[in-house]
Structures are given as structure tokens and as C-alpha cells.
Design a protein around this ligand. Structure first.
Ligand code: PEP
Ligand code: MN
Length: 337
């Protein structure tokens, strides 16, 4: 349930509304827009109906939301959210580029990748230190050693670190090294992890689950927001379909759908979305043209010897071409990069 306050509502009127809600044993979150305040009420719908909020001074209307998610919905907040990570803005016309290898393999590999992506204008260094691999015999990541490398290299080159968390017990450790926590496709519905991350104020990159509907994905984001952490960026990374030519089917229509349903920024990962480096360039262009707020692209100095996802990783020179084209499209779309 949502209460839309009138633009001229006074502080006292808003206080009265808040008190009525809490006195009834319900909770609320406030969204302070440029012209009006919106109160998102959480709790028993039947109880809310007895409060007769429409009769309160300063209340314009009450809206019943059919979807379960509220805090991340456009109904709750009309304006695009802008997530700020150490001064780098994502959303509301600001594009973010997150690039680097699939996995942190060595300091040399990471530094080479970081310098290349920084030179092309990326603001985030990506790289997994904990890899959720399909086979237990595949490279699992360097763990804390990898996190240290990420921090050192990112500081040396001047980038933010985004890296995946797969285990709640690693939260404090990863928060020490990372500027943004990535929740991967396989953990999108790890509700315990979502709740814990929601209790921090670290920005979160929430990837879409392999077979998640847009509604399930936004509900996963709601788990994080309901804990008090609104610093969420969504990432479309392809979904499972009957197609086998590509690793996943990149759902670019999800960008338009999320823009309609939510105020959160959404970026696109054409690397995991296609699984083929040849397709990253056209899909990156299409993502920005579709209205995405940025890209996550895997870049490896030597993809042929990569310990994971070499087939979908761009060499630095190809990444430079992608970035040049993305810049042109961004300019056409009136976005800054
Ligand atoms: C990744 O970004 O390295 C990754 C494992 O992605 P996803 O969770 O989308 O598969
Ligand atoms: Mn990968």
C-alpha cells in the first residue's frame, strides 16, 4: 500500500500519517520526491484498510499495489534512482562501465586488464575471487588473496572494485576490499544473503537469476531494500531458454520492463548474456540504445589462457572499439560516460 501526500502537505500532516501507521503496528518507508512525499506502508493490508488514510489532511490518495515489491517500484518513487559509488554515479543519465576478467588469476593478469579498461573509460574493475563454478573441478577463485589483489590494483589504477559474494560468512571480509558487492545469478534468490546485504550500506549489483522472472528479480531487490539498503543496481545477464547457440538468451526487453516497473538503475552484461566474445560488441551497443544505465563486460589480456570464461572475454583492443561505439550511442541518448 502506498500513500501519496499532496505537494502542499505540511510536516505536521505527514507526522500524523506516520504516527497513525506505527500506532497500528505497521511499518513505513518514506520516498521524498522533488514535489511530493510518498509513504510506502508495509504490513497487513486488512489492518491498513481500517485506518481510513484518505481522510487524513495532506493525503492525496492511497494506492494498493498488486505486486509484492514496493520500495523498488516506480509507484513508490517516480524519479530514477542514482546510485553513487565513491562519486561515480549510476542511473539517471549516468552510465557505468564495469570491466575486467571473469576471475582474478594473478596480479599481472589483473593489472594488465585494469590498465586497459581504465584507459578506455571504465570506472569499475570487476573480477571474481569466489567463483560459483558449475563443476567442482574448475578453478574456484583465489579467495582473500584475490580480494587483496583487486583492492591493490584498483587503487593503483584508479578504479572501484565490484566483486561477487557467494557466502554470507564472507560478508565482512569482502566489504573490507570491495566498493560494490555483486550477487550473482545463482544466488539471486539466496534470501538469507539478500537480507544480510540489505543490512549493510554497500552498493549492490544484483544479477538476474538464470530462470528468474522480472517480478522475482525485483522481489529479490526488495529483500535488500527492505533491510534499509537502497543502493541497488540491477544487471540483466541473460536467461535460460531452449536456444543452445548462445550460452544464455540476453533479454534486452528486460531493460525496458525494469524502467517501467522500477526506479532502480539497470546495467547489461553481454558477456554472460551471450557466452561468445563475437556477440559482445553488438549486444553492448543494443543495450545502451535500449536504455541501460551501463555495462558489465569481461576483458582478459589473454582470453585463450583464461581460467574461466575465455570464450566470452574481450581482448583489450576489442574492448576499446566497443567503448568508442558505446560513447557515440551514449551521446545520442543524452547520457554521460
Ligand atoms: C560473473 O559475473 O562472473 C558471473 C559468475 O556472473 P553470473 O552470476 O551472471 O553468471
Ligand atoms: Mn564470468
Amino acid at each position: 500500500m502506498i500513500i501519496v501526500m499532496k505537494p502542499e502537505a505540511t510536516t505536521a500532516e505527514l507526522e500524523a500519517v506516520k504516527n497513525k501507521i506505527t500506532d497500528a503496528g505497521l511499518n513505513f518507508h518514506l520516498s521524498q520526491g522533488s514535489s511530493r512525499t510518498i509513504v510506502g506502508v508495509i504490513g497487513d493490508k486488512k489492518k491498513f484498510a481500517t485506518l481510513q488514510m484518505n481522510s487524513f489532511g495532506g493525503v492525496e490518495k492511497t494506492v494498493s499495489i498488486t505486486e509484492k515489491y514496493k520500495l523498488v517500484s516506480r509507484d513508490f518513487k517516480k524519479e530514477d534512482s542514482i546510485i553513487d559509488v565513491n562519486g561515480v554515479k549510476i542511473g539517471g543519465g549516468h552510465l557505468a562501465i564495469m570491466s575486467g576478467p571473469c576471475a582474478v588469476e594473478s596480479k599481472e593478469q589483473l593489472l594488465e586488464a585494469a590498465k586497459a579498461v581504465k584507459a578506455c573509460g571504465a570506472q569499475f574493475l570487476r573480477g571474481g575471487a569466489f567463483k560459483p563454478r558449475t563443476s567442482p573441478y574448475d578453478f574456484q577463485g583465489l579467495a582473500e588473496e584475490g580480494l587483496k589483489m583487486l583492492r591493490e590494483v584498483a587503487d593503483e589504477v584508479g578504479l572501484n572494485v565490484v566483486t561477487e559474494i557467494v557466502n554470507i560468512n564472507d560478508l565482512d571480509m569482502i566489504c573490507k576490499y570491495a566498493d560494490m558487492l555483486q550477487i550473482g545469478a545463482r544466488n539471486m534468490q539466496n534470501f538469507q544473503l539478500l537480507k544480510e546485504v540489505g543490512h549493510t550500506n554497500k552498493p549492490v549489483l544484483l544479477k538476474r537469476g538464470l530462470s528468474a522472472t522480472i517480478s522475482e528479480w525485483l522481489n529479490a531487490a526488495e529483500y535488500i531494500a527492505s533491510g534499509g539498503n537502497y543502493n541497488i543496481v540491477l544487471c540483466e545477464r541473460g536467461i535460460r531458454t531452449y536456444e543452445t547457440f548462445t550460452r544464455n538468451t540476453l533479454d534486452l526487453s528486460a531493460v525496458a520492463a525494469v524502467k517501467e516497473l522500477s526506479h532502480l538503475p539497470i546495467i547489461v552484461d553481454p558477456s554472460h548474456g551471450t557466452g561468445r566474445w563475437q556477440m559482445v560488441r553488438p549486444m553492448a551497443r543494443a543495450a545502451i540504445a535500449a536504455g541501460a544505465d551501463g555495462l558489465m563486460i569481461e576483458v582478459h589480456p589473454h582470453p585463450e589462457v583464461a581460467l574461466s570464461d575465455g570464450d566470452q572475454s574481450l581482448k583489450p583492443d576489442n574492448f576499446a572499439v566497443v567503448m568508442q561505439e558505446v560513447r557515440q550511442i551514449a551521446q545520442m541518448m543524452g547520457k554521460t560516460l
